[in-house]
Ligand binder design. Structure first.
Ligand code: 3UK
Length: 549
């Protein structure tokens, strides 16, 4: 496939104009992927299937309604008509989308893309301040929003003057999305004739540090993740039923709950809220076969497995954070299933390292997904031999292109995507996660990976959750400090601290044991469920200062 000048369909050239300069792009690999120059991903994911006579297959399943492929296609067309005819959407315009995981949210995402627009989906829990940042950064004039999220949306208006129109769905009032969709003649819509490298999605990073970054993705990227990870690692089929917890505004959720199922003609079960105690009964009720969620959710579900029949499940995918070996083992013991760990990133759209079921090595994230290359490098960018920890670098059909952001040159170095994770690659090219590069703790000259200590602590029956970070220490520079949420019925007293410290010393090199332990009611997490170690570091830093003063 040629990447030379393809004619864009974008009348509004904002995203193209704000791509990083070419010399800051990662290298892209397209082996095995041959997309035509004119490509609208929604045509491929949805319309082709209906045209092939498979429109009656179940597609979206939710507690409120079930939509076949044909019904979803019609809903998408109706929304695309509203966007273009009633609100004057032009190819290239950005549209803010806000809603929980439900059929109208999926239809809205696909409608914006089909009309040649650019989706900016936002996490339901975001506040006006964060929303207005996205509106300003991506220059968004139009929003589609679930009426139940209207409060925060309305508070955004005065903070975000660029936002001209907000259309609500979820009620039948005049001017609502539903009322406009019902117009006659809106049931058909011809997909915008986009170029395969026209942007269709801006995914904002969850912003663990600094301002969120807008990652830009092309129409071809939506298919490329399906045709690499989906096809070679996940290997789903048309009779699969997907389920999971990540929000659709998080690319982990978009891939796992929309792109992968649609690419193979499968169905997907959409839950507006899917905490572990609701996910289990939903798996049982709808006989789900593939589950996408985070490691903490698998760990939380372990305790309640006996009460639910999850025998329909065939594959469990974990991403977002490292999957601790004890969680993998306990899940395997309880269900007979090996959780498929995979590392993905918003910049890369989805998972780029992960192994198919039959090639999993317990405790490893896996091997580079076919279509991707991965290596471990030192600080100067030199490739490290097997067995030596270093920074993870990857490239493949997807990759980092930030929207007008100088941090592009931090993520992309020498045309490789450098994710900020420390990994060891073994001689069989399996990748073993160590830590986020900034989560490495240096204590009295030792390098200690916080997650390794967490993994040990999690095997202790009194520990529900934990986070391990560096706390400042006069003598050692830093010490290992653990923040621990205990399971009910356990006391965070001196005896417990001694027990846990001895427990770590007995399991791994004693110098790694947490010299300080603090018991807390909960741990700070991002809206995508990730532990915010930098918040813990900040807390540790502040309490350290107090002690020294
Ligand atoms: C960490 C992991 C160890 C890692 C994501 C799947 O998490 C996703 O995207 P984000 O941009 O974060 C990326 C960072 O998260 N991480 C993710 N998965 C793993 N660390 N083991 C893992 N299995 O630090 C990475 O750099 O929020 C995950 C698909 C799409 C995604 N956006």
């Amino acid at each position: 496939m040629s990447v030379a000048m393809i004619r864009s369909a974008h009348i509004d050239s904002f995203t193209r104009d704000n791509l990083p300069p070419r010399n800051q792009w990662p290298e892209f690999l397209f082996a095995g992927l041959d997309y035509p120059e004119r490509l609208n991903c929604v045509g491929e994911l949805l319309d082709r299937r209906v045209e092939r006579g498979e429109g009656d297959r179940p597609c979206l399943i939710s507690p409120a309604e079930t939509l076949t492929y044909a019904q979803l296609a019609e809903r998408v067309n109706r929304i695309a008509n509203v966007l273009t005819r009633d609100f004057g959407l032009k190819p290239g315009n950005r549209v803010l989308l806000r809603g929980p995981n439900n059929p109208t949210m999926v239809a809205s995402i696909l409608a914006v893309m089909k009309a040649g627009g650019v989706v900016v989906a936002t996490m339901p829990l975001l506040r006006a301040k964060e929303l207005s940042y996205a509106v300003g950064k991506a220059k968004i004039a139009l929003a589609l929003c679930d009426v139940r999220l209207a409060d925060e949306m309305e508070k955004t208006r005065p903070l975000a003057p660029a936002l001209k129109q907000i259309v609500y769905w979820g009620d039948k009032s005049q001017g609502s999305l539903e009322s406009l969709m019902m117009r006659s003649g809106y049931e058909n819509f011809t997909a915008c004739d986009t170029a395969n490298d026209d942007v269709c999605l801006i995914g904002f990073t969850s912003g663990t540090t600094g301002e969120p970054k807008g990652t830009m993705h092309f129409h071809r990227d939506m298919l490329a993740t399906c045709d690499s990870y989906g096809r070679h690692v996940l290997r789903a089929a048309a009779d699969d039923r997907f389920i999971g917890s990540p929000p659709l505004a998080f690319t982990f959720g978009l891939g796992g709950l929309v792109l992968f199922p649609l690419r193979v003609g499968a169905s997907t079960i959409l839950l507006e809220k899917a905490p572990p105690d609701e996910l289990l009964p939903a798996i049982a009720k709808w006989r789900a076969t593939i589950c996408f969620t985070a490691p903490t959710a698998y760990r939380a579900m372990l305790g309640a497995l006996a009460a639910h029949d999850i025998s329909s499940l065939k594959k469990c995918i974990s991403a977002g954070e490292a999957l601790p070996l004890p969680t993998f083992e306990a899940w395997h013991k309880a269900t007979g299933m090996r959780i498929m760990d995979g590392i993905g990133a918003t910049e890369m759209l989805h998972i780029f390292i992960g192994s198919p079921d039959d090639e999993i090595r317990a405790g490893s994230t896996g091997r580079a997904v076919p279509g991707y290359e991965a290596k471990v490098i030192d600080d100067a960018g030199h490739e490290m031999p097997a067995g030596i920890p270093g920074r993870l670098a990857v490239r493949g059909p997807t990759g980092c292109r930030y929207l007008a952001d100088t941090r592009q040159t931090v993520y992309v170095q020498s045309a490789w995507n450098v994710t900020g994770d420390t990994y060891v690659m073994d001689k069989d090219r399996y990748f073993w996660y160590q830590a986020r590069s900034d989560d490495m703790i240096i204590s009295a000259g030792y390098n200690i990976a916080g997650p390794e200590v967490e993994t040990v602590l999690l095997t202790h029956p009194a520990v529900a959750e934990c986070g391990v970070v560096a706390a400042p220490d006069e003598e050692r520079g830093h010490i290992v400090k653990a923040y621990i949420v205990l399971r009910p019925g356990h006391d965070g007293d001196a005896a417990m601290t001694k027990t846990l410290q001895d427990f770590v010393k007995a399991a791994i090199a004693p110098y790694k044991y947490p010299r300080a332990i603090e018991y807390v009611a909960s741990l700070p997490r991002t809206q995508t469920g990730k532990l915010q170690r930098f918040e813990l570091r900040k807390t540790a830093h502040e309490s350290g200062k107090k002690k020294i003063a």
